[in-house]
Design a protein around this ligand. Sequence first.
Ligand SMILES: [Zn+2]
Length: 123
Amino acid sequence: MRQEFSSGSDFNRETHRSKFPQSLKEQAREESGMICADCGIQIRSKDQAQSHHRLCQCQGGAGNRVNLVILCGEDLNDCHEKWDKKALEEGIIFPNIPINECPPELVGNRNKFQKTIRRFNLD
Ligand SMILES: [Zn+2]
């Protein structure tokens, strides 16, 4: 069941789609044991084991393994959407790290990342 966000949010899932290579997603799913890294639910369907950019691509996040975490999707607890929102609206990346303390290995594009830090007034 798809639910839209209520108004007042500029969050738009389509504008920051992840670009992890398929093989990396498969690897991460396997390593996760199909367990959501946030709520711990056992995920039964591959579609619901969603690849999440800890640091969003639009904020300079890299498409590498360390930036990829498996979260459950919208038919479960929708941790994916929850962490997308936290990253984009609050500057908090999984698992609850302020974006200005983001581990450097998660950053793929330093320029975008610096702009994000400035946007959240954290420097
Ligand atoms: Zn979850």
